[in-house]
Write a protein that binds this ligand. Structure first.
Ligand code: NDP
Ligand code: 2IT
Length: 446
């Protein structure tokens, strides 16, 4: 029965959403985890809760025309997939990257439903973005693009409807341009976006939240095995928002972070990554990670980002992009003695990689639980905007830690209850699904 449930669901998903392998991958994993819940509940099956959950409430695709610095007209494609608002307004990031197409936004929006449910805060799931590539663009080009993007998006969002935020290629600069245009169009100052600057409605800790939250979550995974971060060799992929603040908190906890990367290659520094240098190159100069060795000649730079998983480590924190750890990279990590993997990126491990980690008793923190600190803190930003108050760094950080602890508890308890003790993949999917399913049941076929 559970297998036929999964295959029935996959038949619908693949027929309705052809050529979207990332979306299929995300749905299959959740379906496999929750099959046992659906099996026990004729009501969930009869009312087609899962069949409804895999169909977005609304999908918007729009033209984004803009003029580059040479006076040439450029045309990009914009997306917003409003997946599920059963437990709160749609919420989720915007990604600007040339690889963006509908299937990427759908996989991310689908994951966001369950992640947001786990945060304990009332937010639904959504995702958006564009195939616009911010790399190599001037700030005025990025601004003109963001303004054009918002000229269409504004009519679909609102502080009680849908609240976008950042993701790959969208940070405080882009949120600023988007917010400025929204405010001008609607003539109202509201918390319609999160990840805003601290002086214009942003929350303390939001910049750090995904990376810090990831380390808080992995701390609990390590504790469960009687370990602390102290002295653990750690590899973090990426060198963007998530990677930088995961590195910062891991170092604060006593880990030795020895490698970081970008899409061109990776750095190994056996003296420990000097984070100030990474921040300067990435946050200020918007440069490439290879420039790190100019300041630290004892470090090595290797071309190609995949090789980072061959750097021996105790803990791996994939924090760049989807499917960056395949089966062979996972096996290499296991062979090199890796004891814990915490997913900072969304779906960074392929299904084969996840299987290898679980089969080899590697403590594995799945993305929708481990990286939920970012969106959880976005939700705290929404609270502060509604109250027209700003909480202190300490207050937000304490709430973030409590939320990550709660997510860990929800995952371990659900895994235990449904016969997969210690399997946080199953636990996260079941706990996230149950909250949304209960809300959908209560609200009728809507
Ligand atoms: P950033 O744009 O700040 O950084 C992304 C980093 O990943 C860069 O170092 C980038 O390198 C690298 N990268 C991106 N795409 C690829 C690729 N195809 N191959 C190899 N490396 C790549 O994004 P974030 O740090 O915000 O996001 C990283 C991941 O974390 C994403 O999966 C995102 O969905 C997820 N996430 C982000 C949250 C947030 O709050 N920002 C919250 C939860 C999850 P380069 O500069 O060369 O492109
Ligand atoms: O994937 C994610 O959770 C994010 N990019 C953050 C979304 C948000 O609304 O803060």
């Amino acid at each position: 029965m559970p297998n036929s449930f999964v295959e029935d669901i996959m038949a619908i998903v693949t027929a309705r959403n052809p050529l979207e392998p990332e979306f299929h991958q995300a749905v299959r994993e959740v379906a496999e985890s929750v099959a046992c819940v659906i099996e026990k509940s004729p009501e969930l099956r009869k009312l087609k809760i899962f069949e409804r959950i895999i169909e977005p409430e609304r999908q918007i695709i729009f033209r984004v025309p803009w003029i580059d610095d040479n006076g040439e007209v450029q045309v990009n494609r914009g997306f917003r997939v409003q997946f599920n608002s059963a437990i709160g307004p749609f919420k989720g990031g915007l990604r600007f990257h040339p690889s963006v197409y509908l299937g990427i936004i759908k996989f991310l929006g689908f994951e966001q439903i369950f992640k947001n449910a786990l945060t304990t805060t009332p937010i639904g799931g959504a995702k958006g973005g564009s195939d616009f590539d911010p790399k190599g663009k001037s700030s005025t080009e990025v601004m003109r693009f963001c303004q054009s993007f918002m000229n269409e998006l504004y009519r679909h969002i609102g502080p009680d409807t849908d609240v976008p935020a950042g993701d790959i290629g969208v940070g405080t600069r882009e949120i600023g341009y988007l917010f400025g245009q929204y405010r001008k169009i609607v003539n109202t100052y509201t918390g319609v976006l999160t990840g805003k600057g601290l002086e214009w409605g942003g929350s303390q800790v939001r910049t750090q939240a995904t990376g810090y939250g990831l380390v808080y979550f992995v701390t609990r995974m390590l504790e469960a095995r009687g370990k602390t971060w102290h002295g653990l060799r750690t590899v973090v992929s990426g060198s963007g928002n998530v990677a930088i603040y995961a590195t910062e908190k891991a170092q604060e906890c006593g880990a030795k972070v020895v490698a970081v990367s970008d899409s061109s290659g990776y750095i190994v520094d056996n003296d420990g990554i000097q984070l100030d240098t990474v921040k300067r190159i990435k946050e200020i100069e918007r440069g490439r990670i290879r420039e790190y060795i100019n300041d630290h000649p004892r470090a090595e730079y290797h071309e190609g980002w995949r090789g980072i998983w061959s750097v021996p480590c105790d803990v791996a924190l994939p924090s760049a992009t989807e499917n960056e750890i395949d089966g062979s990279a996972a096996q290499t990590l296991v062979n090199n003695g890796c004891i814990a993997v915490g997913e900072g990126a969304n779906m960074p491990s392929t299904p084969e990689a996840v299987r290898i980690f679980l089969d080899n008793n590697v403590a594995f923190g799945p993305a929708k639980a481990a990286n939920a600190g970012g969106v959880a803190t976005s939700s705290l930003e929404m609270c502060q905007n509604s109250q027209r108050l700003n909480w202190t760094f300490q207050e937000v950080d304490t709430r973030l830690q409590l939320i990550m602890d709660s997510i860990y508890e929800q995952c371990t308890q659900a895994a235990e209850e449904y016969g997969s003790p210690g399997n946080l993949v199953v636990g996260a999917n079941i706990a996230g699904f149950q909250k949304v399913a209960r809300a959908m049941l209560a609200q009728g076929v809507a």
